[in-house]
Design a binder for this molecule. Structure first.
Ligand code: TYD
Ligand code: MG
Length: 455
């Protein structure tokens, strides 16, 4: 190893600097620099020690060699979670499950380990005692499976315990409590996190063990200080909650074995987490009489279409723009396009837009819904209750197609919506039984369609 030089590392962004400072020169965070031993931990995190790969001996091969077996998958017993994972746990894959404290990460972990069935699992608990885990398992009405529990926080000790006979699945709750014997820095520091995760990743790849890492999200909304773990693992899942607190959503932010942005829905009950199979029904459950400023969008998160209500409120005061669940810049852009190409002026109004149910919608198919909701609020006229819309709006006021048009229409029909306004390029080939589908080329045409459908 290189000689033991001193260095300082930022706990937020992971940047290293040769001397201590009150503020990180890289990201500007205050009081985030901690002392680390230079070089060694950073190298380990970069993928190997002294040039050795995870899998031991390396040699150059050609592309046309033998292929990997189609990845085997172990279902977790939660269809919602399996979809987010891309079909279940993959041997040798490392999954990071991030979320706020108290959101239900430990509960989910325990439930899925109990549902694994055939696969042997070891649950390493660094935050709760074994007795606490036992009593939690008592209240969950899960299959009578036994589970191996280990209360330990030293990563070498954990790996030492299971090395001789590794389980199929290793769960670590939480990765922030771990420490590596060799490192001087405190558990939870960037250097420790990196080194512990690197050791676990190496073990997972070498022994084909699926590793689940629980990570607490800090108040800045990133896992454990830094994004340092995200690039080391195969899959990053975030556990989110709606503001009302009933619904839990799991989102894949990164997935080497499946689609990203796939969403899984759960509800927290007194017997643990329960899957929500028809989230559209929950999001639309409390829709009142037709009110101005409300419209239903057929969004698509991952591969599943989802009906969500979008609300807008315009109020004649001071030009403020507040976007909840939608991108603020996108809202600004839409307001400009509406002004220019739809003759809708909300210049000196406060404009509030909210996606009901606390989902973050990151796709442009929301554009038309946002525009129509704002328009409806400005005119103080409700849109028809049986109307659902989707579509992207371009800067020239044109309606642009979005992916998955047919599935979106089918989902809207399934939930009982009989009027649809969609982009022209998404027009279905045949007639849609029992529904009036208006396919429009522009925002102006969409506004006209609203007028027609409202009569
Ligand atoms: P937990 O899984 O401990 O959260 P995390 O590991 O993410 O910190 O969940 C804790 C919360 O969930 C706690 O407030 C109690 C609640 N809870 C239930 O409502 N029902 C249950 O069956 C369980 C086990 C927990
Ligand atoms: Mg926990």
């Amino acid at each position: 190893m290189a000689k033991d030089k001193r260095a300082y590392e930022c706990n937020d962004c992971g940047a290293q600097s040769p001397r201590w400072a009150g503020q990180c020169p890289q990201c500007g965070a205050w009081n985030s620099l901690v002392e680390v031993r230079a070089a060694a931990p950073a190298k380990a995190a970069a993928g190997g020690r002294g040039g050795r790969s995870w899998a031991g001996e390396s040699r150059i091969e050609t592309l046309r060699g033998p292929q990997a077996e189609p990845a085997q998958r172990w279902p977790t017993g939660f269809a919602e979670l399996d979809r987010v994972l891309g079909g279940g746990l993959v041997p040798g894959a490392v999954i990071l499950l991030g979320g706020d404290p108290g959101i239900g990460k430990s509960t989910l972990l325990l439930q899925l380990l109990l549902r694994l069935g055939e696969q042997r699992a070891v649950y390493v608990t660094g935050e709760e005692s074994v007795a606490q885990v036992r009593s939690r398992a008592q209240r969950l009405r899960e299959p009578e499976a036994d589970l191996e529990l280990l209360a330990e926080t030293e990563v070498e000790a954990i790996l030492g315990q299971i090395e001789a006979d590794p389980p199929a699945v290793l769960a670590i709750d939480s990765v922030q409590t771990l420490y590596a014997r060799e490192l001087p820095s405190a558990p939870g520091s960037v250097a420790q996190l990196r080194e512990c995760a690197a050791q676990l990743v190496r073990f997972a790849k070498q022994r084909g063990v699926a590793v689940l890492l629980v990570g607490h999200v800090t108040k800045e909304g990133v896992i454990a200080g830094p994004r340092v773990l995200e690039h080391m693992v195969d899959t990053v899942l975030y556990f989110e909650s709606d503001p009302a607190g009933r619904l839990r959503m799991i989102r894949a932010a990164k997935n080497r074995f499946g689609a990203v942005n796939e969403l899984g829905f759960f509800a927290m009950r007194d017997i643990g987490l329960q899957e929500v199979r028809n989230p559209s029904a929950i999001f639309l459950a409390r829709r009142p009489e037709p009110v101005p400023g409300s419209v239903v969008v057929v969004a698509r998160e991952g591969t599943r279409p989802l009906l969500i209500e979008v609300q807008a409120l315009t109020d004649g005061r001071g030009g403020r723009r507040v976007a909840v669940g939608v991108d603020g810049n996108r809202l600004m852009m839409l307001l400009a396009v509406m002004h220019r190409h739809g003759n809708i002026d909300a210049q000196d109004q406060d404009v509030f837009v909210n996606v009901v149910g606390g989902v973050q919608v990151r796709e442009t198919a929301l554009d038309l819904a946002v525009a129509l909701a704002i328009h409806s609020s400005l005119r103080d006229r409700p849109l028809p209750l049986e109307l659902a819309v989707f579509g992207e709006i371009g800067l020239a006021g044109e309606m642009r197609p979005v992916a998955g048009g047919e599935e979106r229409i089918a989902e809207a029909r399934k939930q009982g919506f009989s009027k649809l306004i969609i982009p022209q390029a998404n027009a279905p080939r045949g007639r849609v039984a029992g529904a009036q589908v208006v396919a429009v080329p522009s925002l102006a045409a969409a506004l006209e369609a609203v007028r027609d459908l409202s009569d």
